[in-house]
Design a protein around this ligand. Structure first.
Ligand code: ZN
Length: 106
């Protein structure tokens, strides 16, 4: 079975957690400042585009065929995703972060 890449759920040592894996080199991304996403540059209004998760560590974000695609750093993409999913203010983000304290225990 091929190893899944992009946004995945990992299972290790009895733990399950979301993670990102570079879709070019397969590196597990543990620092969201060292990753980005690219999407189709030929999209039209009303269409959707799959995002491709790429690492900066091995330069995959700046290599062809993705070098000239629209992109965003993962830290900004994650916040943009939250914003478009209903987290509109810093207060909401902080509230949700605190309610997510359970994450430290899994
Ligand atoms: Zn990579």
């Amino acid at each position: 079975m091929p190893k899944d890449k992009g946004f995945v759920v990992r299972h290790e040592r009895g733990r399950t957690y979301p993670a990102m894996v570079c879709e070019t080199c397969g590196e597990i991304i543990t620092d969201y400042r060292m990753a980005g996403v690219v999407w189709n540059r030929d999209y039209k209004d009303g269409e959707r585009s799959k995002v491709t998760v790429l690492c900066k560590t091995n330069g995959c974000l700046t290599k062809e065929p993705y070098a000239h695609f629209p992109w965003q750093e993962m830290r900004h993409f994650a916040l943009w995703l939250l914003y478009n999913s209903g987290v509109k203010t810093e207060a909401e983000l902080v509230k949700d972060w605190k309610e997510g304290d359970w994450m430290a225990d899994i």
